[in-house]
Write a protein of this length. Structure first.
Lengths: 147, 147
DNA sequence: TCTAATCCCATTGACGCCCATAGTGCCCCA
DNA sequence: TGGGGCACTATGGGCGTCAATGGGATTAGA
């Protein structure tokens, strides 16, 4: 199964490293990568992460999708300046840099959340909060529709 | 027979495993799958479960939705981050993870309930309670209509 | 030279894979 | 028609493998 799915929380060790869940790691490695590309989400305190090909994919998505994007330069700046590569070591761990911590609020634990074609990195409580907000919104919407 | 029908309760063993009812298992295996896709129901303390094609089906409806709507993001998050694959072992058992327990309240026994195109996983007492609530509601409705 | 990143190895606990057994229903044959 | 045996399900458990984590040693960079 080659989709990023489900979520799990791992601990950051004394050296600031955290294991990428094997499930997710395998998908990236199967594509022949040992690096991850991480991008700060625009709307959420989370990072969108995937293999390096994610960069080009996001490039395309933004071009075609966002009617308010001002220029190609802006998009390129966003993708490159607000993104970062994360090297995985031999054991499949990444070091949690300030780049990650600042945007997410991560301190001691990291939640990895699947998003089909890529995955996200969250501070566990933030993830939980977002999860329940999403559930509430969807339940509400459903209730309106069935009325 | 390719519909999920009826309900039955199985015990969780010391290693946290539970047999998926053969009836249900056969349907999934006939479609060539050894994995299940589970999703936490929005309005019930139960999980909706089916073969991986269940996710594919949901994904398709997502694709056709408006990509700018917040609902699309919410749905994607709900389907992928709040969903999970459950691996069946050679004997057709799944391990009951915290992912299942938290949402359903399952501890020692699991009730599997058919729902036509998929099935549900319940904590037995919750299932029973829900069942009688549904019966009451239906009876009530019928009474109103015949008045 | 000192700090930080990288490589390598150890531990432990969980999970997958395998086989065993008891209970039950079904079929077939006497 | 009734009994024996076959087939299969649910359940229990042994054991090896692997993932997550911790930490020492070595290298690179400031």
């Amino acid at each position: 199964m080659n989709r990023f799915l489900g979520h799990m929380t791992n601990r950051i060790d004394a050296k600031g490293r955290v294991s990428v869940p094997a499930q997710f790691r395998l998908i990236v490695q199967a594509a022949g990568h040992t690096e991850l590309y991480a991008l700060r989400s625009l709307h959420l305190p989370a990072l969108d992460v995937g293999g390096p090909e994610l960069l080009t994919r996001f490039d395309k998505t933004l071009e075609s999708a966002d009617p308010f994007a001002e220029t190609a330069d802006d998009m390129s700046f966003y993708l490159h300046a607000d993104g970062s590569f994360l090297k995985m070591d031999a054991d499949g761990r990444i070091t949690v840099t300030d780049f990650l911590r600042e945007h997410t609020g991560i301190s001691t634990d990291v939640t990895f959340a699947g998003a089909n074609t890529h995955f996200q990195i969250w501070q566990p409580e933030q993830f939980e909060a977002h999860r329940s907000r999403v559930r509430t919104r969807l339940a509400e919407k459903r209730r309106q529709e069935t009325d």
